[in-house]
Design a binder for this molecule. Structure first.
Ligand code: PMP
Length: 320
């Protein structure tokens, strides 16, 4: 999806609110040369009936973000809860009443040549209007990549580290040039890992199966959401175990999931039809449940939805 670069958009940068066109980094910034940053991606859904914008599981995203800054030894002076409030403040300042995507970025900001970590760190936050990331209404055609998923002992996949996304970009680019919608990456053991920017689930013998966290995947928050919904709402058995490539060819259903992808069904892999070639019933049920949960329509999961305008109102009232 091509994002509109509205120069009047307000962003948070170097400790204050600025117009996007004024938020610039220097050409020698460490993260630009060496990929030494970590980022997040959080969705917010505008629910017109409630006149409210709900961030979906922002606390979990910011907790992951804080852990990941520790991996790259980036200092971040805000707690996960403070980051949620800052995000709400930025959304309110932009007066967004539409679906949005939130992009926090913490990075090594020193300006000098040399790969070693310097002491300078910075944090930026951008929120943009956002619709579908990929059109998966008819199901996706995907290919197994010739690029392997990066190893935990080289660049940890769970870290959501900027430089690591070269791996995703190479795989995604190759897949699209080969005529596929997306890539599936195997890890160095030859097991199925994930998509270029999403986790992967398979349905086989009525069971939902996904690679475990030690298979060089991102510990996805949507992955966790899907496992909860499958177990608690559909009574499905969910198994986390290594997956072989050829299981992708013989499974009943297959789908990606992630913040941007939401739930995206796959209908062919390497030119082999998945199931009967149509979107499977379990994927469809989970897609509807995910939509309901992320839009605050399921009471049991309402605590996952962070009400932006309510929160900003409460903060102002407390401050007054
Ligand atoms: N894997 C990768 C490589 C990703 O970039 C993403 C997107 N953050 C995901 C999985 C899905 O993670 P989440 O559900 O937390 O967005």
């Amino acid at each position: 999806m091509k994002l509109p670069a509205d120069p009047n958009l307000l962003v948070y940068f170097e400790g204050g609110f600025h117009k996007l066109e004024d938020a610039k980094v220097g050409i020698l910034t460490h993260a630009l040369h060496y990929g030494t940053g970590v980022f997040e991606g959080i969705r917010g859904y505008w629910v017109a009936e409630e006149k409210e914008l709900f961030l979906f599981r922002p606390l979990e995203h910011y907790e992951r973000f804080r852990h990941n800054t520790g991996i790259v030894r980036i200092q971040l002076p805000l707690t996960a809860s403070e980051l949620c409030d800052l995000t709400a403040d930025l959304i309110a300042r932009n007066d967004f009443k539409t679906d949005i995507y939130v992009r926090p970025l913490a990075y090594k900001s020193g300006q000098r040549i040399g790969v070693h970590f310097g002491p300078e760190d910075d944090f930026a936050l951008v929120v943009v209007p956002f619709g579908d990331y990929i059109d998966s209404t008819k199901g996706l055609h995907v290919g197994v990549s010739s690029w392997r998923r990066i190893e935990d002992n080289s660049i940890p996949s769970r870290g959501k580290i900027c430089g690591a996304y070269v791996n995703s970009a190479l795989a995604g680019d190759e897949a699209r040039r080969n005529g596929f919608d997306e890539a599936i990456l195997l890890n160095e053991h030859g097991h199925v890992a994930e998509g270029s920017a999403s986790n992967l689930f398979m349905v086989r013998h009525g069971k939902l199966i996904t690679p475990p966290v030690y298979e060089n995947i991102l510990e996805g928050i949507t992955r966790d959401t899907i496992m909860r919904l499958a177990r608690e709402e559909l009574g499905l058995e969910v198994e986390q175990r290594p997956l072989d490539r050829t299981e992708l060819y013989i499974c009943d259903e297959l789908f990606f999931c992630g913040t941007a992808f939401e739930l995206a069904p796959i209908i062919s892999v390497d030119h082999r039809v998945v199931g009967n070639g149509a979107i499977g019933p379990i994927a469809e049920q989970l897609r509807q449940l995910y939509r309901a949960a992320s839009h605050g329509r399921l009471a049991r999961y309402r605590h996952w939805c962070f009400p932006v305008y309510q929160r900003v109102f409460d903060c102002h009232r407390t401050a007054a």
